[in-house]
Write a protein that binds this ligand. Structure first.
Ligand code: NAP
Length: 249
């Protein structure tokens, strides 16, 4: 991918955690960043935006519900109007509603599948035609190790993340001849607000499963995402890269 002009990079869930690290990483190359966040309390998004802007990076943050097809479609129309193209899409927004399957209600299921899986479809659907027209593009979908190995108490989340893997490979096959690569990154146990809410017992249980014996950092995930979007990874598509300290091999 030629990088003489600054790339337009859209990152869903870019206000905190992994998405924020990805935004900072792309910011280092001088990319123009568009972030989506969801919470009505936009302090995290604002703080991320301020940090990016202080570093001289052009960035915007928009309140978007990625699970809404219509909203996402409209949002991308605005992005294309303002930036003319999207070079990189990072489908990172994700939520959990953990409980055992026998206690899981329809709302828990629909909410998680809506954001984590349908959200990826919605955003990909919105960029794919323009990317095909440009004959270039990079799409990264953030999955999870539990989409591969399952996890008690996360039927909805694991199903959504396994779905993301299938969606990634299918999208990759459909656009491989059009200069677009589509890959997944499956983090293991990463130190963000998503995992901060877990009990010490659950955290210890996870740590026991990790050969490297520690949580990963958002920056370690961001590096893999960034590299997959670089020219160095031009012949890699339809792959799921695991960033998990050996938790799944
Ligand atoms: P996080 O700190 O909880 O951040 C989640 C992000 O998603 C926030 O920016 C949030 O926006 C955004 N978001 C939530 N619902 C949204 C919606 N409906 N529309 C748009 N944005 C929405 O999570 P994280 O740990 O960085 O996780 C990032 C991704 O990595 C997720 O897909 C997650 O499943 C995956 N992952 C994480 C881990 C881990 O151990 N942390 C492991 C494997 C996979 P607000 O700030 O506005 O709420």
């Amino acid at each position: 991918m030629e990088q003489s002009r600054s790339r337009v990079v859209v990152i869903t869930g870019g206000s905190r955690g992994i998405g924020r690290s990805v935004a900072f990483r792309f910011g280092e190359e001088g990319a123009r960043i568009v972030l989506a966040h969801y919470d009505a309390d936009d302090s995290a998004a604002q703080e991320t935006l301020d940090t990016l802007n202080r570093r001289g990076i052009t960035a915007e943050a928009h309140k978007v519900d990625v699970s809404s097809f219509g909203f996402v479609d409209q949002w991308f129309k605005e992005i294309f109007k303002r930036f003319e193209r999207v070079d990189v899409l990072i489908n990172n927004a994700g939520i959990t509603r953990d409980t055992l399957l026998m206690r899981m209600n329809e709302g828990d299921w629909d909410a998680v599948l809506g954001v984590n899986l349908k959200g990826v479809f919605n955003c990909t659907r919105a960029v794919i035609r323009p990317m095909i027209k440009e004959r270039r593009g990079r799409i990264i979908n953030i999955s999870s190790v539990v989409g591969q190995i399952g996890n008690a108490g996360q039927a909805n989340y694991a199903a959504s993340k396994a779905g993301v893997m299938g969606l990634t490979k299918t999208t990759a096959r459909e656009v491989a001849g059009r200069g677009i690569t589509v890959n997944g990154v499956a983090p293991g146990f990463i130190d963000t607000e998503m995992t901060a809410v877990l009990s010490d017992r659950v955290k210890e249980e996870f740590l026991r499963q990790i050969p490297m014996g520690r949580m990963g950092t958002p920056d370690e995930v961001a590096e893999a995402v960034y590299w997959l979007c670089s020219e160095a990874a031009s012949y890699i598509t339809g792959q799921i890269i695991h960033v998990n300290g050996g938790m799944y091999m």
